[in-house]
Design a protein around this ligand. Sequence first.
Ligand code: PLP
Length: 398
Amino acid sequence: MTTHQQFEADHTSGLYTKRALTIVRGQGATLWDSEGKAYIDCVGGQGAGNLGHANPAVIRAIAEQAGAVISVPEMFYNDKRAALMEKLLSIAPPGMRYTYFSNSGAESVEAAFKFARVKSGKRQIIATVRGFHGRTMGALSATWEKKYREPFEPLVPDFTHVPYNDLAALEAAMSDQTAAVILEVIQGEGGVRPGTAEFLQGAQALCRKHGAFLILDEVQTGFGRTGAMFACEHFGLEPDILCLAKSIAGGLPMGAVLFNERVGKMPPGVHGSTFGGNPLASAASLAAIGYIQSEGLVDRAAELGAWFVERLSRIQSPLIREVRGKGLMVGVELKQKSAPYLQALMNQHQVLALPAGMNVLRFLPPLVIEQSDLARVGDAVEAVLTRPAVSTTVEGTE
Ligand SMILES: *Cc1c(COP(=O)(O)O)cnc(C)c1O
């Protein structure tokens, strides 16, 4: 361990299991450690990195806006915020009309629940088994994973979980007391599990039938990741409330909630955020979305992702249960724990990837990644999954 690593290890909150790597610089889909060693980035800032590192458009927007004005509360109007609202609504699913800005995914989900309750006058919120929506108390109430939830109970009342992709179970759980249903279009942390058209479209129909709001959590799937600007486009969904964050502002912290006329404008004062909609993040977001559009990153994600899934599917390994994904959101489900293989990818092949659940390798590369780099990732995955006894060659776990 270096002295910097030792200090951080000694004084960090303790919440994060760390990898023994100090990242000091990035460019596109490459990250460099403090020794100057290069890594291919398939962590992608855990989903915040769709634009790649040191993106020129984002750099320029941040620098220019920092010199103009950084912080303007929403009690005032601001040119960059207004321009971003217009941009977001122009790319959003049909019907979106209003925008609320937050600073993270969990904050977007919190706001969505408050909006749903205040506007429906009802309390029940239905989420899904293996769903992940963040770790603040409200978002956590919708999150499934027991290890995240149990130490903090009692959580917010009137949350129910139904199995994902089980329309009959959702139908049975819903009633005229349901305020909202919250869904990921592809479950991310839960293991890169795509929703079926039957389930997602059926859920939307049930929401309409019961006068409940459909909340889509596209915090991870948004901004081109799945080969559509938003994953709901693959299914023609029209959510009432759309939660966004992660890649919204080219890597700067920001979140947004878009909502439609069925939800309607909020009463003044029922929610708010000091940093929400600040001009710095707004300018970064405008530049990021503009870059995604002008560089065709949505189509690029679709094409490269299809190629990558096909490459991974050709790996002959008894360790693999399934390769799945959409666009550049890709998971390899193993028959055993993924942690030793993630370590081997990093230590032996300079490839950084993520877990999803216990036994899925997750790849969220920047959408600007070169195909040659993805090919190297494919070769590396093949090497670690076909070489026997990998777990004896690595130290530590994720
Ligand atoms: C990451 C994530 C969140 C939480 O976002 P934070 O910015 O970490 O609070 C919520 N929902 C989904 C689907 C996510 O992937």
